[in-house]
Design a protein around this ligand. Structure first.
Ligand SMILES: Cc1cc2nc3c(=O)[nH]c(=O)nc-3n(C[C@H](O)[C@H](O)[C@H](O)COP(=O)(O)OP(=O)(O)OC[C@H]3O[C@@H](n4cnc5c(N)ncnc54)[C@H](O)[C@@H]3O)c2cc1C
Length: 506
């Protein structure tokens, strides 16, 4: 961590979602001095409300988005290798319905999907008989034929936090609950006015401003450099529902609807299934919430396929996020490009402003590399691209991967519950011992709040991962909130309040 902030940062990155955190990490690793500011918590907006897939996007092939699909497919392998604790392969079953698309067309699509992205470790696609195999688990008997293909899933919020930790480890300064309130050019520099949670204002200087404000990208642009870039954003809400697990097998389903949209049913947090998503244009992107229509839509698509129907009453959790899509003029919302667009405003030797439009979790690392290619003329001394081979924090697992690492933890911490060690390995990877320290028995970890959450981890998240409020811990740094009662969650909030009041560890 920087002891003394530089008088002038090379880069001030606005937005602690996946794109801002990814750019901050990449830039810091190339030797630039970086400040990352996030007005709320890291990943508290779009980047924790995704479907949590590292995927090529099978359906984007239908929209001829070959560049995006190829880049995303090759990123699956890269991200699996640098963050194997929070990203894992996932197989998808596509039940075949002849009235939607003929089998030959699906086979062609899957052949392309298998081959255009440099697939190395993930299994290739194949056809299955759903009636007689485990691949049809939970489906109605009428679905007989299907296809299986591979993608991966990710803990999206942790991916953001790990990028921010890595950026900090490389010298970047990360400030949460700090808003960019204003910015203006002063000669060839930016003067940015930051406001923290207590309302304190501070001006900082930076050579380049990166606008990675997600849904707010255009608002920020209009505020600090109106008319400099002609670009528009479409705000499209996507909602998910979480229900008790609909089948016991590890695979996910991709369900096709007659409106050409698709819905995923994904095993989630051991006991649950995650079902989503919708595509609804919205004007309010501050506080997206699922509507009754979206609940009906998701339940009715799931019920067209699942043997045991689901109803609104089964829902245990919902969440909604807003895609900040680059407006490419398409009429069909699900066809609007999911690709990213970078807009650089540096005309007439003005202090550069780089704005990020669109993108996917899957492509954040390549997006960051492309951002730095655009910025290279301003930092000719900058080092080369590096993030494709360097593990994210905790991702340097021993041979044998996560399973072997979990086994090693069980040996080392023989008196701690295996379920706790597995959860910590999945959250922190090789950094799990930093949470456990020299604990021998559960009591050494302090208060047990419920599920796999103990005071020792909460303290760690506060000290090392910028957690402040209960939601930061319960729904982003971990997903323990899903498994805990209201009283248990309140106890976490009370503990954090006490911590803050004492200004340190409880
Ligand atoms: C429903 C849904 C499902 C999706 N599923 C997938 C998927 O399965 N796979 C995939 O690859 N992609 C998926 N995506 C896309 C992906 O989630 C987004 O592309 C990505 O999260 C966008 O990240 P971001 O950093 O641009 O935005 P955000 O995560 O929203 O981050 C922007 C941040 O900027 C901050 N900010 C804004 N203004 C200021 C300011 N003035 N000062 C300081 N901070 C500020 C905000 O608080 C916010 O945290 C999905 C998106 C949605 C909505």
């Amino acid at each position: 961590m920087n002891a003394t902030p530089p008088a002038i940062y090379d880069l001030a990155v606005i937005g602690g979602g996946i794109n801002g955190a990814g750019i901050a990490r990449d830039a810091a690793g190339r030797g630039l001095s970086v400040l990352l500011v996030e007005k709320d918590d890291l990943a508290s907006h779009t980047s924790s409300w995704s479907t949590k897939l590292i995927h090529g996007g099978l359906r984007y092939l239908e929209h001829y988005e070959f560049r995006l699909v190829a880049e995303s497919l090759s990123e699956r392998e890269v991200l699996l290798s640098i963050a194997p604790h929070i990203i894992e392969p996932l197989q998808f079953v596509l039940p075949h319905e002849p009235h939607l698309r003929p089998a030959w067309m699906i086979r062609c699509g899957l052949f392309l999907y298998d081959h255009i992205g440099g697939r190395k470790t993930l299994p290739s696609s194949f056809s299955v008989d759903l009636g007689t195999s485990r691949w049809g688990a939970g489906l109605k008997d009428s679905f007989r034929k299907g296809f299986v293909y591979s993608d991966a899933r990710v803990d999206d919020a942790r991916l953001v936090v790990l990028n921010a930790i890595s950026a900090r480890d490389l010298g970047a300064e990360v400030r949460v609950r700090t808003r960019l309130a204003a910015a203006r050019r002063e000669g060839d520099l930016w003067r940015a006015t930051l406001v923290d949670a207590a309302g304190r204002r501070q001006d900082v200087l930076a050579r380049v401003l990166v606008n990675a404000a997600g849904p707010w990208v255009k608002d920020l642009l209009d505020e600090i450099s109106p008319d400099s870039i002609r670009a528009a954003v479409r705000h499209v809400k996507g909602s998910h529902i979480v229900v008790p697990r609909v089948h016991a097998e590890p695979h996910a389903y991709i369900l096709q609807n007659s409106d050409q949209r698709i819905v995923f049913v994904i095993p989630f947090e051991q006991n649950f299934s995650l079902i989503g998503t919708t595509d609804v244009p919205v004007a309010d992107y501050e506080t997206p919430r699922i509507s009754n229509d979206e609940i009906d839509y998701l339940c009715s698509i799931a019920n067209a396929y699942l043997a045991r129907g689901i109803a609104a009453a089964d829902i245990v959790w919902t969440y909604s996020g807003v895609r900040p899509l680059y407006d490419d003029g398409s009429d069909d919302l699900s066809a609007v490009t999911r690709d990213y667009v970078l807009k650089l405003d540096a005309a007439d030797h003005r202090a550069p402003l780089l704005s990020i439009f669109g993108g996917k979790i899957t492509t954040y690392r390549k997006l960051a590399e492309h951002a730095l290619i655009q910025l290279r003329p301003f930092f000719p001394q900058m080092r080369a691209a590096w993030t494709d081979a360097q593990p994210l924090p905790g991702g340097d697992l021993p041979p044998g991967g996560l399973a072997a690492y979990e086994r090693a933890l069980v040996v080392r911490y023989a008196e701690l519950p295996a379920s706790l060690l597995a959860a910590l390995a999945r959250r922190h990877g090789s950094r799990a011992p930093r949470v456990l320290a020299d604990a021998r028995v559960p009591a050494d970890l302090g208060v047990h709040f419920g599920h796999t959450l103990y005071a020792a981890e909460v303290d760690y998240l506060v000290a090392q991962e910028w957690a402040i409020e209960a939601d930061d811990v319960l729904w982003r740094r971990t997903k323990c909130g899903l498994h805990m009662s209201v009283d248990e969650r309140s106890a976490v909030a009370a503990y954090l309040r006490k911590l803050r009041a004492r200004g340190g560890s409880a």
